[in-house]
Design a protein around this ligand. Structure first.
Ligand SMILES: Nc1ncnc2c1ncn2[C@@H]1O[C@H](COP(=O)(O)OP(=O)(O)OP(=O)(O)O)[C@@H](O)[C@H]1O
Ligand SMILES: [Mg+2]
Length: 262
């Protein structure tokens, strides 16, 4: 058992209209760790994240956040703890990048409060880290896909959460920004004990950045543990029908997966 897990899931089940998509999931996540959720399309990864964010409500006591049933938290209490970067974001409201990012402070403000200089400082920091500061006065309806994704990540960082849940956070990003975003969140995990839980499809990103991995298939955890334990030729063949080898990346010294194209 993990000491003091920040997220503790016990026998979690979820069905949409009678179809089971999460099947008896149990897992623990320690504060300050970077956890990757892997698995094929439709495995249940986004559904799992939504339960951890209380956007879907499974049975009582299946999800504990800091030892308390997630359903005992108010929406505002939870917004001070957890931030969410969804798999895709709608951008049909005409706000500027800065206005969207500052919304990350709203759980901390009273109804009629304006943002303080501290709040603006946090938003400026998040926009600089994610490379959208130069776009702060641009309307979000006019952003590219990657610029919008980085804006939503900046808003989540501005929330200064204890838990940051990211659903395919690099799906729209060029390779420079993919590495930049994953490096920022990893360093926040280490420096500020931020707990990262990220759905990733890129196995090499998982090998490079994650402390722990959970591999989901058909709503069940197939395997979990260190990247080394989870990403094996047998498991990759079984789950993705992929022939792989694990090697070492000579530039980083970390594990690296290569695969064939047949
Ligand atoms: N609102 C919904 N109503 C009914 N079925 C749903 C709903 N949302 C998801 N599903 C189904 O639940 C299963 C799991 O979906 P989920 O979005 O969690 O998968 P995922 O692992 O995130 O996949 P992907 O890699 O494609 O994002 C899928 O079979 C999906 O069709
Ligand atoms: Mg998904």
């Amino acid at each position: 058992m993990i000491n003091n897990p920040i997220i503790d899931i016990n026998n979690l089940n979820w069905s949409y209209n009678g179809t089971k998509v999460l099947d008896n999931i149990s897992l623990n996540i320690k504060p300050g760790t970077f956890t990757g959720i892997l698995g094929p399309n439709g495995a249940g990864k986004t559904t799992l994240l939504k339960t951890i964010l209380n956007l879907l409500q499974p049975d009582r006591n299946s999800i504990l956040i800091s030892n308390d049933d997630i359903r005992n938290y108010s929406r505002n209490e939870l917004a001070k703890i957890e931030a969410y970067v969804p798999q895709s974001s709608k951008n049909n409201f005409n706000f500027t990048v800065e206005q969207i990012v500052l919304m990350g402070r709203s759980p901390f403000l009273g109804r009629f409060d304006r943002e303080s200089n501290d709040d603006i400082g946090i938003a400026d920091w998040a926009m600089k880290e994610t490379g959208v500061f130069g776009l702060k006065n641009k309307y979000i309806t006019t952003l590219s896909g990657g610029e919008l994704q980085r804006t939503i990540i900046a808003r989540a960082l501005t929330q200064e959460p204890a838990i940051l849940a990211l659903d395919e956070p690099t799906s729209h990003l060029d390779i420079h920004h993919q590495i930049n975003i994953l490096s920022i969140v990893r360093s926040l995990a280490k420096k500020k004990s931020l707990t990262i839980i990220a759905v990733l499809h890129d196995i090499n990103h998982a090998l490079e950045y994650c402390d722990n991995l959970f591999l989901l298939n058909h709503g069940k955890i197939v395997t979990h543990g260190s990247p080394e334990d989870v990403i094996t030729p047998d498991i990759m063949k079984k789950i993705y029908n992929l022939n792989i080898q694990i090697t070492t990346n000579p530039l980083t010294g970390n594990l690296f997966m290569i695969h064939d194209y047949t």
